[in-house]
Design a protein around this ligand. Structure first.
Ligand code: UDX
Ligand code: UDX
Length: 458
């Protein structure tokens, strides 16, 4: 069968994999190939056991894999044969040199740009999918035009807004797709080609276009605004605990103002995930670069409150448990940074585990999808940790349960059963406010929600 177009995606991660699976699923006329430097990852994408857990992903991949969706390690061949190349390699925070801890590490990105240049024999459209600092497209264009050969490259920015755990739903029915381009005739033509792909399943009015710098910046700003809502409500949760208010009631009242909206107002132990912190720090770095100190400080505060919230959670635990955690056994319910994913990048559970171990507590960690990642994250950390799949078995013999992830299964457990096998007095710290606190209290637990008065038997 001949395909209308050949699409390539470099980077088979959380973003590249699901996004390309959806394009292949919705556009049978296009051949979609996903390549990666990591052969193990590609082998997993070609197996029955996909490298990431995402509800609905297996079905989509299995329906199109081998038909018009292919996973391969042949990056150079893929580049030669494609007309449109998506780049979704990771862009972690720099750990060295100038901008360490703040700026994005663009070494993979630049290496990929050079690889594209070296292997291109025909014109290509390059689509930035990775979240990048503003003006990265310019760097990409400079690399791609550095040899002055005949091949023309048009660079587009098409940031991904999917959230993990709901990636398939978000890809199928996104609030918007954003495409940024140069406003030159060839930039606009390239933009139209990308619009045509999304128009296979999306109403045209939800595909918005802008200049390329606005598009790059919109991604950072979207994540900063989302994280800001969480840090705002988390800051208020601390006040609620002092003022005998209930943060859920406050969030409901605030969120019903349609100008503010009810989503992203769940107080929690803190936000995690690969994007929020990294993107805000990128934004802060960008502001400082332009000398906008006040603007930088404002956004940096969003990360500051998140760190405060995680530390506060540990201090609340310690305070409740008679000011010492040494030798106490604490069971963490969940390790993923949110429900419905096995991803643990920047999960608040990592910080909290390390802090609890520092206080010489013993940890038992349970999670339906993230135990392997948890083991990697805590590899080499000093202290006693065990990993147990079954939540009843995990909490047996423990002094406290601390909910880290809002997995639905935790709300459905028989807590009477857990309580009966725990050390007394038994404590429950609900870092996600997902449990029935009154019922837990009646069972006998001393209950500490986020942003609500504790319920204790003392
Ligand atoms: C995404 C976005 O692309 C990133 O910009 C955003 O900030 C975080 O989310 P994600 O898909 O989650 O990244 O990253 P990851 O799961 O680490 O996948 C990236 C893939 O790119 C990896 O499989 C890695 O092996 C691959 N890669 C990396 C290459 O193929 N080539 C490289 O040069 C570097
Ligand atoms: C985010 C953005 O939502 C997405 O648009 C972007 O493309 C990538 O970054 P993701 O990190 O996958 O997606 O998950 P998200 O649902 O945004 O949750 C981020 C963190 O915030 C999680 O740790 C979550 O538990 C936490 N959160 C979310 C809260 O603590 N309270 C809330 O009300 C909502």
């Amino acid at each position: 069968m001949t395909f209308k177009k050949n699409i390539l995606c470099i980077g088979a991660g959380y973003v590249g994999g699901p996004t390309m699976a959806m394009i292949a699923h919705k556009c049978p006329q296009y051949k979609v190939t996903v390549v990666d430097i990591n052969p193990t990852r590609i082998a997993e994408w070609n197996s029955d056991d996909l490298p990431i857990y995402e509800p609905g992903l297996d079905e989509v991949v299995k329906a199109v894999r081998g038909k018009n969706l292919f996973f391969s390690t042949e990056i150079e061949k893929g580049i030669r044969e494609s007309e449109i190349i998506f780049v979704s390699v990771n862009t972690p925070t720099k750990t060295f040199g100038a901008g360490a801890g703040m700026a994005a590490d663009l070494q993979y990105w630049e290496k990929t740009a050079r690889q594209i240049l070296q292997n291109s024999e025909s014109n290509k459209i390059i689509v930035e999918k990775s979240t990048l600092p503003v003006k990265t497209a310019l760097a990409m264009e400079r690399i791609l035009t550095s040899t002055g050969n005949e091949v023309r490259f048009d660079v587009l920015s098409n940031p991904e807004f999917l959230a993990e755990g709901t990636a398939i739903k978000d890809l199928e029915n996104p609030d918007r797709v954003l495409i940024g381009s140069r406003e030159t005739p060839s930039g606009l033509k390239a933009r139209d080609e990308l619009v045509e792909i999304y128009a296979n399943w999306m109403p045209k009015d939800r595909i918005i276009t802008s200049n390329i710098w606005s598009s790059e910046l919109s991604k950072l700003v979207s994540n900063a605004f989302l994280a800001q809502k969480i840090s705002s409500i988390n800051a208020i949760s601390a006040l609620c605990e002092k003022a005998d208010a209930d943060v859920t009631e406050v969030a409901r009242a605030v969120g019903m103002d349609s100008r503010l909206g009810s989503k992203f107002l769940n107080a929690s132990v803190g936000f995690g995930g690969s994007c929020f912190k990294k993107d805000i720090l990128n934004l802060v770095y960008l502001c400082r670069y332009y000398g906008l100190e006040e603007v930088a400080d404002y956004w940096h505060g969003v990360v500051g409150i998140n760190d405060y919230q995680k530390e506060r959670f540990v201090l609340n635990m310690m305070n409740a448990m008679f000011n010492t955690l040494a030798g106490k056994k604490i069971c963490l319910f969940g390790f993923a940074f949110k429900a419905d994913t096995g991803d643990t990048r920047e999960s608040p559970a990592i910080f909290i585990s390390k802090r609890l171990l520092e206080e010489r507590a013993e940890l038992v960690i349970t999670d339906p999808k993230a135990l392997d990642n948890a083991k990697t994250d805590l590899d080499g950390v000093v202290g006693k940790i065990s990993y147990i799949n079954d939540p009843y078995e995990a909490s047996a013999g423990c002094d406290a349960i601390a909910v880290m992830t809002e997995w639905n299964l935790y709300a459905q457990l028989d807590f009477e059963k857990s309580y009966s096998s725990m050390v007394k007095p038994a404590f429950l710290f609900d870092g996600r406010n997902i449990l029935d606190h009154k019922r837990l209290y009646e069972i006998g637990f001393n209950v500490f929600p986020i942003g609500k008065p504790p319920m204790t038997h003392f």
